[in-house]
Write a protein that binds this ligand. Structure first.
Ligand SMILES: [Zn+2]
Length: 179
């Protein structure tokens, strides 16, 4: 069996690009006042693909990950996105740890935070809010019932496709992403 490491197959640049597309489909807007009068303010000091911005209306500084469940972590963005993806496939923490070559403890902390990102609220943040909806629905609501998940996905396609869904909506996005 080939020993492939997923985190070496995708890069942070594409992950940041994907996050930007998902959270700001109609262009970057200020997380505080929703203004679209936003200027770029260089890249993050330690993560060269992470764009910084400043709102011209209220002066707020923010970046690609501000107010999302991906903000404030030391693991690279690709590790979090892959973790979310693997959670959507119903892998256990241990399996995810093996796939990403991380410690079980680290992965436990990551999956806990990803789930809490939802329950904890931040309802104003679409990216964080919708992850929870999809997570709860797909893994708890229809575990082992792919037909029901597909129906739900079709019915709520318009809403789900804007989010960073775990499960069907995410896979849909992912296919488009790799095409
Ligand atoms: Zn603003």
């Amino acid at each position: 069996m080939l020993n492939l490491n997923l985190t070496r197959l995708i890069d942070d640049a594409k992950c940041y690009e994907t996050v930007r597309q998902l959270r700001w489909e109609a262009g970057v807007c200020c997380p505080k006042c929703s203004s679209v009068q936003v200027i770029k303010r260089g890249k993050d000091d330690t993560q060269p693909d992470r764009q910084r911005y400043q709102c011209k209306d209220c002066g707020t500084h923010f970046d690609d990950l501000t107010d999302t469940i991906f903000a404030g972590h030391h693991q690279p963005l690709r590790a979090w996105i892959l973790c979310l993806y693997l959670m959507g496939l119903n892998l256990s923490n241990r399996q995810i740890a093996q796939e990403l070559e991380l410690d079980d403890d680290d992965v436990h902390a990551m999956t806990t935070q990803l789930r809490q990102g939802i329950v904890g609220g931040k309802p104003e943040v679409q990216l964080a809010g919708e992850v929870e909806c999809d997570e709860v629905y797909v893994t708890a609501g229809h575990k082992g019932n792919p037909e029901a998940v597909r129906k739900k996905g079709d019915k709520d396609g318009a809403t789900a496709s804007k989010g960073f869904g775990v499960g069907a909506p995410w896979q849909k996005r992912n296919r488009r992403f790799s095409a």
